[in-house]
Design a protein around this ligand. Structure first.
Ligand code: COS
Length: 380
């Protein structure tokens, strides 16, 4: 067992750390304030090969492994969790299922679009009445001749109003429950596709979240992803990978908050001493550091297992659960160290705390992660 990153992974980290410092950090507060999608930075991330980083070179990607993708998301999220989220969704929830379950024709058509073609990807599973109980979606797709007619709506879709390619889950046979769900690749240009409500959120303001509506949407028959009735398993398998991305995002937020807290407490003098000289501050920072190190090991372990082709459902859930809860704890405690300043928008702490919260909710709440972990502990 080697706990050191390879030279390639270190180079990727350095590249992303430089990009984050020079391009992401300067606009992070403004992105949060205006809610503007960080389009120029996403274009630059396409240039760097980060969008679709795990897609093999033959389809226009960088051919990197899941650990490289996690490192990119972690570094970006140290300064801007919205940017980390856009990348995590594109890579983990759109490129990955097409790569894993797509036919050769689908891979040749869609993966180059999502890499060199600069089209952004999204994932449509959640519906108003199907959140944690993801199997209860009502969106339907009926086969009519050589195409499916899709009707229904999906909510809270990350990249919703900027994406061009969507992996969508719909019932093809309502009588079969989860075994009646199929996956599809849907383009925003298909007739009957529309974007509904743009969500106004507590945090992640730069990450575009929207409702997606299908009204007699025409989806070619050949756009079914995987076999008919296998959609639920594809969704669950995709979310296993997606959870590594959210773990990396939460880890990045926690590390970013810890870095800010270290700098601030060394410079802030109260009672005649920098507050970093007080043991209470030091112990709190030590707990933050410990959690970041533990979270990093959990996240990288899950990513390496995915790269090795091993089953990593439990490990991804553990990483996501631990890192998201640690991000929430760390941002809350770091804000406290900033006192009143932490509560203002002059410092990034309140943004980091708002951004951290969603990592305990999306791609499976903390409660769902506990269901997944306990279901994989041999208890039944
Ligand atoms: N990988 C592959 N297949 C999986 C799987 C996984 N990780 N997890 C479940 N499956 C398959 C099962 O093998 C089963 O297949 P069969 O019907 O062929 O036997 C099927 O999926 C149903 O499995 P299960 O009965 O465990 O599903 P549940 O409905 O009980 O799932 C949870 C329960 C809560 C774990 C699931 O609904 C879930 O993860 N919900 C959260 C969804 C989520 O993250 N939403 C956020 C959306 S993105 S923001």
């Amino acid at each position: 067992m080697d706990f050191h990153l390879s030279r390639e992974h270190e180079l990727i980290r350095k590249m992303m750390a430089d990009f984050t410092e020079n391009e992401v950090k300067p606009i992070a507060a403004e992105t949060d304030k205006t809610g503007a999608y960080p389009r120029e930075n996403i274009e630059k991330l396409f240039d760097l090969g980060v969008m679709g980083i795990c897609v093999p070179k033959e389809y226009g990607g960088a051919g990197a492994d899941p650990l490289a993708s996690a490192i990119c998301i972690e570094e970006l999220s140290k300064q801007c969790a919205s940017t980390g989220d856009i990348v995590a969704t594109h890579n983990g929830l759109c490129c990955d299922p097409i790569l894993t379950h797509g036919t050769e024709e689908q891979k040749k058509k869609y993966l180059p679009m999502l890499t060199t073609g600069r089209k952004v990807g999204a994932f449509c599973l959640t519906e108003p009445n199907a959140g944690s109980d993801a199997s209860k979606g009502q969106t339907e797709a009926k086969l009519v001749g050589d195409h499916y007619v899709m009707n229904g709506s999906k909510i809270f879709i990350t990249n919703g109003y900027v994406a061009d390619v969507f992996v969508v889950f719909a019932m093809t046979d309502k009588s079969k429950g989860t075994r009646g769900i199929s996956a599809f690749i849907v383009e925003s240009s298909f007739p009957g596709f529309s974007v509904g409500k743009h969500e106004e959120k507590m945090g992640l303001h730069g990450s575009p979240t929207a409702e997606i509506v299908f009204t007699d949407c025409i989806v070619p028959k050949e756009n079914m992803l995987g076999k008919e009735g296998k959609g639920f398993g594809i969704a669950m398998q995709t979310l296993d990978g997606g959870r590594i991305g959210i773990a990396a995002q939460a880890l990045g937020i926690a590390e970013g908050a810890l870095n800010e807290a270290k700098e601030y407490t060394k410079g802030r003098v109260q009672f005649g001493r920098p507050i970093a000289a007080f043991q209470n501050t030091q112990f709190t920072l030590a707990d933050m550091e410990l959690g970041c190190q533990a979270g990093k090991l959990l996240t990288y372990r899950a990513a390496v297992m995915k790269g090795n082709g091993e089953r990593y459902t439990k490990e991804a859930a553990e990483a996501k659960l631990f890192c998201s809860e640690h991000a929430m704890k760390t941002t809350t405690k770091a804000l406290q160290m900033f006192g009143g300043y932490g509560y203002t928008k002059d410092y990034p702490m309140e943004r980091m705390m708002r951004d951290a919260k969603i990592t305990e909710i999306y791609e499976g709440t903390s409660e769902v992660q506990r269901i997944v972990i306990s279901a994989n502990m041999g208890l039944r």
